[in-house]
Write a protein that binds this ligand. Structure first.
Ligand code: ZN
Length: 155
């Protein structure tokens, strides 16, 4: 689609196969934050074909394997050499000064916000690969378990 950001992406690829590619998020929540994006414009994960699902699984493991080999100081320093928006410069500098810049994640959130009400901002399917660390936030389950206030504490 002509006006879709993810149909017209021009970033360094982390991983690519027949149906998907992955890139680093230009507004990362932490240094390893990546996105896996189908090459065809697709609004929902529910519309993937059986073959695409198989390629998505390979894309997820291939992306994680490749980002764990990435030198993030070099990556964000290279971002700063490009012509970036003020917001992207802010994010890149924030990553460079972050204590986790050279720390391998302890785990990943691998998720998809399927449409607007699920907090999606670009309506072209994208799977988020979000690195997590022990102790990164005080209560890691609170924010997703609190959609209905006070129901987060199920234990
Ligand atoms: Zn698109």
């Amino acid at each position: 689609m002509k006006n879709c950001l993810f149909c017209n992406i021009n970033e360094v690829l982390i991983f690519e196969n027949k149906y998907f590619y992955s890139v680093f998020d230009i507004h990362p929540v932490s240094p390893w934050h990546a996105l896996i994006i189908p090459k065809r414009h697709l609004d929902s994960i529910l519309n993937l074909s059986k073959e695409e699902w198989e390629y998505l699984q390979v894309a997820i493991s291939g992306t994680i394997k490749n980002i764990e080999k990435t030198n993030f100081k070099k990556l964000y320093n290279n971002f700063l050499k490009k012509e970036l928006s003020e917001k992207s410069v802010y994010f890149s500098k924030k990553m460079l000064s972050h204590i986790w810049i050279n720390k391998k994640p302890d785990a990943y959130n691998i998720w998809n916000n399927d449409w607007d009400a699920a907090w999606r901002t670009i309506n072209h399917l994208h799977i988020q690969i979000i690195p997590r660390y022990y102790g990164d936030i005080d209560n890691p389950i609170w924010w997703i378990r609190n959609i209905i206030p006070d129901l987060w504490n199920y234990k």
